[in-house]
Structures are given as C-alpha cells and as structure tokens.
Design a protein around this ligand. Structure first.
Ligand SMILES: [Zn+2]
Length: 169
C-alpha cells in the first residue's frame, strides 16, 4: 500500500465530474486500499478518488476510524433521502484544518458496488449518511464550501490558501 498526496481545495481535479468505474480490477482495488491508508493517516473519515487526483467514482469511508469496518464504494448512487435535513460541523481533507456547518439529509439510502463486484444497498443515518453525501458530492465535482454563503466561501478559500501546507502528505 502507498500513501497518496491529497489534492487541496484549488486543484482543478476537484472540479471534474468523476468517471464511472467500468470494472473493479486490481488497479481499482489497489487505489481503494491506498486511499484508505491515506485517509487513516490524515485522520479523515472519508476520501474520494478525485481528492488523490484520480477522477473516478470511488470513495472510502470509515466514520469510526477503527479500521475494522471501512466502507469502499464503487459508483455510489444516493437512491433516496429523508426529507429531514440537519446542520452539522463538517471538514474535508482537501481543506486541512477547516470546519463549517453544512446542511445535509439526516438519512440516505445508497447503492454501490463493492470490491467483489457485488451490488450493495445500505440505509444510513447521522455521521455515515453525512460522510456519504460529502463523498458522492466529490464525485460530482461539488465541494462542501459550495453550501456556504458567498462571503463565507471567500473567507474559507482565503484561509485554506494559508493552510495548504498543513497535513500535506
Ligand atoms: Zn471532502
């Protein structure tokens, strides 16, 4: 496994819509395991492939950071969401040291392919639901700062510029 470099907020790859993974081959598996290792080292709860410069629909999540039950999602799709939305503090490994309240659905159902090429569907709530929405957004070229008011977004971008060398794996 290898530690990958996490792309920071102003990297253009974060604004590209990621491509569908056609086949879960060894390259995809290696990328997923490298992303997991990178995420654990950076103390994040989720990481999407565009954040390591690979524009494909793959993300890894482990909201407990226990390393026991990470979720690796290939081509995840949110197929339903609860009407209820909640505000919670949220961060992103592409914005080191920065946290902001973002409104997300409390519960979502997500469908994805696992590394054994099996289709799975899980109903999630709370932090896992939030992490999934955040990571699927990355695959659609959307960042959490896009949910903030314009003035706040400018402030974050300025601050992120200063922090860009923090946690620069
Ligand atoms: Zn993120």
């Amino acid at each position: 496994m290898a530690i990958l470099k996490i792309k920071k907020y102003d990297d253009s790859v974060l604004r590209e819509k990621a491509k569908i993974v056609l086949k879960v081959d060894d390259d995809v598996k290696k990328l997923a395991y490298d992303m997991l290792e990178t995420m654990y080292l950076a103390l994040g709860v989720g990481l999407a492939a565009p954040q390591v410069g690979v524009s494909v629909r793959l993300c890894v999540i482990d909201v407990n950071l226990s390393k026991k039950s990470p979720i690796i999602m290939v081509n995840p799709i949110i197929i339903s969401c609860d009407v209820k939305k909640i505000f919670e503090r949220e961060g992103c490994l592409s914005f080191p040291g920065f946290y902001e309240n973002v409104k997300r659905y409390e519960k979502v159902v997500v469908r994805y392919t696992d590394l054994n090429s099996e289709e799975r569907e899980i109903e999630t709530r709370d932090l896992l639901s939030r992490a999934i929405q955040h990571e699927v957004d990355h695959l659609d070229a959307k960042l959490f700062i896009d949910y903030l008011p314009k003035w706040k977004r400018r402030f974050v971008e300025k601050k992120a510029k200063k922090n860009r060398n923090v946690n620069n794996w």
